[in-house]
Design a protein around this ligand. Structure first.
Ligand SMILES: Nc1nc2c(ncn2[C@@H]2O[C@H](COP(=O)(O)OP(=O)(O)OP(=O)(O)O)[C@@H](O)[C@H]2O)c(=O)[nH]1
Length: 354
């Protein structure tokens, strides 16, 4: 078992594939009247910082790490942020770290053991994985990260139970159990779960993880294969594969062989009557290759921020809150997927300007 010294700050790592329901869970946790104060760290995929803005109470508590995947380029950032938090000890009861949907949780968890300072001041409480009941089976076939997220979990939320039949649900649960028979598993809708099933679990078991990955405690860079243009010096490769983000001009592309993230923004108000038909058409046509889409939008004559979310072809959207007087009314949208036609997406988005 990991040490559970009471003076150490518990860290909950929230993981799960793109669009599974991590932010939904985070918002639930932060909205509950638990009387506790949590520091939230969000590691996001893409440069325009949408997740940060989707977290409730985002103003004072959320620390964002945008420039790269958490297991590689931003591990230093993570250590620095937590170091800063430690100086404010006593002001919060725990740290919740939401990783990008494409992160392998192993190197993230590793940070808390390999870095001496981190190990002395924090304890990894649990890796909580949100799994999308509708899409998990497909992702287990084509995304190694999805498999690792399940394998490393201490707690699994089998989410979006409303989108599948009872039979499909049993099937996906059996698949999860095949990969990880140990985790506590809960079936959820909209990540609805009692907070005490997720936080303060004392569940992260180093022994089990070492059985899965003997090199877990090795010093140095985490184990994965970087893309050809990563620019990082990795000492060894134990066969993980990971996606890395690289900024090219104004756009940020994430890619290994094929996964990429493209984002666009405009400060001109959008026309809702143009935007919705366009985005519906985009996901209807390219839904299988677009794994995730999301945006924060400013519509003409609308005082509220509109948050739009998509997972493959399923779209969701709602008014979030009024734009603040001093806030720049920037519309931002991100698409994450394979073989994206960037120019066409950009053109389509900009054509939605009112
Ligand atoms: N039908 C259905 N939709 C859900 C459920 N849980 C979450 N969603 C929706 O799924 C979409 C993605 O949810 P998020 O919580 O943003 O997912 P995420 O894992 O944080 O996504 P990334 O940060 O992009 O990886 C949103 O539109 C949610 O409203 C559920 O149980 N059922």
């Amino acid at each position: 078992m990991a040490e559970t010294g009471s003076e150490k700050i518990p860290v909950t790592v929230l993981t799960g594939y793109l669009g599974a329901g991590k932010t939904t869970l985070l918002n639930r946790i932060l909205s509950e009247p638990h009387g506790k104060k949590y520091a939230v760290i969000v590691n996001e995929f893409g440069e325009i910082g949408i997740d940060n803005d989707l977290v409730v109470g985002a103003d004072e508590e959320v620390f964002e790490m945008n420039n790269g995947c958490i297991c590689c380029t931003v591990r230093g950032d993570l250590i620095r942020i937590i170091d800063g938090l430690m100086r404010r000890k006593g002001q919060f009861d725990g740290i919740i770290l939401e990783t990008t949907g494409l992160a392998d949780p192993a190197p993230v968890a590793q940070t808390f053991f390999v870095d001496e300072e981190m190990g002395a001041r924090t304890r990894l409480d649990a890796v909580v994985t949100v799994a999308d009941a509708k899409w998990l089976n497909d992702r287990l076939k084509d995304a190694p990260e999805a498999k690792n997220q399940i394998a490393f979990a201490d707690v699994i939320l089998l989410n979006k139970t409303d989108l599948v039949s009872a039979e499909e649900l049993n099937e996906v649960e059996a698949r999860i159990r095949g990969l990880n028979p140990y985790a506590r598993l809960y079936r959820t809708q909209k990540s609805s779960i009692a907070i005490d099933k997720v936080l303060n679990q004392g569940a992260f078991e180093l022994d089990r993880i070492l059985a899965l990955e003997p090199a877990f405690l090795e010093e140095g860079e985490p184990d994965h294969v970087c893309g050809p243009d990563c620019g990082h010096d990795h000492g060894h490769d134990h066969g993980h594969h990971h996606d890395h983000g690289h900024s090219h001009g104004g756009l940020k592309h994430y890619h290994d062989e094929e996964m990429q993230s493209v984002s666009f923004s405009t400060d001109k108000p959008l026309d809702a009557d143009k935007f919705f038909p366009w985005v519906q058409d985009v996901v209807a046509t390219d839904g299988p290759s677009i794994l995730r889409s999301k945006g924060i939008l400013s519509f003409k004559d609308d005082p509220d921020r509109f948050v739009f979310q998509g997972v493959h072809m399923i779209l969701d959207g709602d008014h979030q809150r009024p734009w603040k007087p001093d806030e720049e009314r920037l519309s931002r949208i991100v698409f994450i997927g394979r073989k994206l036609d960037t120019a066409k997406l950009e053109q389509g988005f900009l054509a939605c300007v009112a």
